[in-house]
Design a protein around this ligand. Structure first.
Ligand SMILES: Cc1cc2nc3c(=O)[nH]c(=O)nc-3n(C[C@H](O)[C@H](O)[C@H](O)COP(=O)(O)OP(=O)(O)OC[C@H]3O[C@@H](n4cnc5c(N)ncnc54)[C@H](O)[C@@H]3O)c2cc1C
Length: 411
């Protein structure tokens, strides 16, 4: 193939490729590679150590100032690095929902908070969890009942959070609490960061239909959190949380599109494995119906192409979204569109996987007859929750209809 890249660009490509050969786990990408159990301590350790290597090589941590640990590189270098990492695939980074903390602190954090927390997140060393939802505060997040009461330089937290993604691995978390029992809705909340190793904090699993317990519950029983862990002003937590939600709804696209928070590799893996078309094509090519492969069916090919087109549009939009969020000018509506589009697509893609494997879709992981170890069924089942989290798609439609289309507010 004739390349029209500059010698500098080609040299960087070669450098990253060689680095990956040297640093990826042994047998990575081959059928002999045995991945650690998902969400196990071993998996977290692999992700943590690989993130460190990536960070030390200057391959993640882009788009943030140096004083917060950011890695400065020109856009063309970042693009090549991301492409090469995506090409081989890498173990995901270990930061959990830390990228949301980065965006939140960049807008609301003190200098001390930025310097203290951001480097550990962008180098994938500290894993974060989100404590927003409660049994009676999901769509109506402002109804949070967990309380924080001031006691000198500390706040005492009591309450329960639920549906916490990646609950087992969280080393630090962020949460929204009521700090004023008399103030009106939206002005009675404050936003805190907390250390999961401190007394008064405990957690447990919530099992979902895939059979996994990827989500959990968090319990706060007189847990003490220093005042310096409050982000933004007391009583302004709702507005701080909105920044977090905008970053969350922008989701993998922000990370994948811009690699801004250093979780770029995670974002890219999401694009490849969830929004991506690779395994859809692979499966369509190898599966036959009435003697013809799905890939030979032009109609099916068009549907896969449509997914690829949407991915590309979201990737480009994600780059723009990343800079809108960072400029502090995001209205929230931009990220809502990304969230709805990617999650609705995820469900459509899950259905296409089931269409290809047909009756085998009834066989789950653990059954030796399950296609590709049941991974497609897991993927389809997992896609169902995505239209609920980060604010359900019904709530997102309400936001778009009222704030973008100017339709009257429903009851
Ligand atoms: C896979 C998954 C991961 C999650 N991870 C986290 C996490 O890490 N941290 C965290 O804090 N939370 C997390 N959540 C919680 C998530 O944010 C809530 O589930 C979500 O906001 C919906 O709240 P709810 O479950 O209480 O449903 P409800 O608010 O009770 O809603 C029930 C149904 O009613 C609909 N509905 C409610 N109000 C309206 C309305 N005004 N108009 C139209 N329809 C409406 C909803 O769309 C939904 O279909 C996660 C959820 C899931 C499914």
């Amino acid at each position: 193939m004739v390349s029209n890249e500059s010698a500098e660009a080609e040299a960087l490509r070669e450098e990253v490729r060689a680095w990956l050969v040297e640093n990826l786990p042994e047998k990575w990408g081959t059928p002999e590679y045995v991945a650690p159990e998902l969400r196990s301590e071993e998996a977290r350790e692999l992700n943590r150590s690989f993130s460190k290597k990536l960070y030390d090589a200057g391959y993640i941590g882009f788009g943030l100032p140096k004083e917060y640990g950011g890695v400065e590189r020109p856009a063309w270098e970042r693009a090549i690095i991301r492409e090469e990492l995506a090409r081989r695939g890498t173990p995901p980074t270990n930061a959990g929902l830390g990228r949301l903390v980065v965006e939140t602190l960049m807008q609301w954090g003190t200098e001390e908070q930025k310097k203290k927390y951001i480097p550990g997140i962008i180098s994938g060393q500290v894993n974060w969890i989100e404590g927003f939802s409660e049994p009676n505060a999901g769509s109506d997040l402002a109804n949070v009942q967990t309380t924080a009461v001031r006691d000198g330089d500390e706040w005492i937290i009591n309450g329960q959070k639920c549906w916490t993604s990646g609950w087992q691995g969280g080393e630090w978390g962020f949460l929204l609490c009521r700090t004023d029992l008399n103030a009106p809705r939206h002005r009675n909340l404050s936003f805190f960061l907390f250390d999961c190793s401190k007394p008064g904090f405990s957690r447990g699993p919530l099992r979902q239909m895939t059979g996994d317990a990827q989500y959990g519950e968090l319990f706060f029983d007189d847990m003490r959190v220093p005042h310096e862990n409050m982000v933004g002003e007391e009583g302004r937590g709702w507005y701080v949380a909105m920044t977090t939600l905008i970053a969350e709804r922008g989701g993998g696209q922000v990370a994948a599109g811009s690699g801004e928070t250093g979780s770029g590799t995670r974002g890219m893996q999401m694009v490849r494995s969830i929004g991506g078309v690779d395994n859809l094509i692979e499966l369509a090519k190898k599966t036959k119906r009435y003697g013809k492969s799905f890939w030979d069916d032009n109609n099916f090919k068009h549907r896969i192409a449509q997914i690829a087109i949407e991915n590309e549009a979201r990737r480009v939009y994600g780059i723009r979204l990343g800079s809108i969020i960072r400029s502090g000018k995001a209205s929230g509506n931009e990220a809502v569109m990304t969230k709805m589009s990617s999650t609705e697509q995820g469900k459509r893609r899950g259905d296409m996987l089931m269409e290809i494997i047909g009756a085998y879709s009834q066989l789950m992981r653990g059954d030796e007859r399950a296609v590709d170890e049941g991974s497609h069924v897991q993927s389809m089942l997992g896609s169902r929750g995505t239209t609920i989290y980060m604010g359900s798609n019904e709530i997102c439609r309400n936001i778009l209809s009222e704030r973008v289309l100017g339709l009257p507010r429903g009851n």
